[in-house]
Ligand binder design. Structure first.
Ligand code: ZN
Length: 56
């Protein structure tokens, strides 16, 4: 029953950084769970989701 030393990693949906799954924020889409490395990335994604991509 050995557990791997490496924690499972996921990729941030915004900046593509790899983070440990246990430390990631996540949001559920229709058929998919999105992971985020921190609150800033989550907010970025959440804004785009609500308002669509914006060009400034
Ligand atoms: Zn990120």
């Amino acid at each position: 029953m050995d557990k791997p030393a490496e924690p499972e990693k996921v990729t941030c949906a915004v900046c593509r950084a790899e983070i440990p799954k246990a430390a990631a924020l996540h949001a559920e889409g229709k058929d998919y769970v999105y992971h985020f490395c921190d609150a800033a990335c989550f907010e970025h994604w959440d804004k785009e989701k609500e308002h669509g991509p914006e060009k400034s």
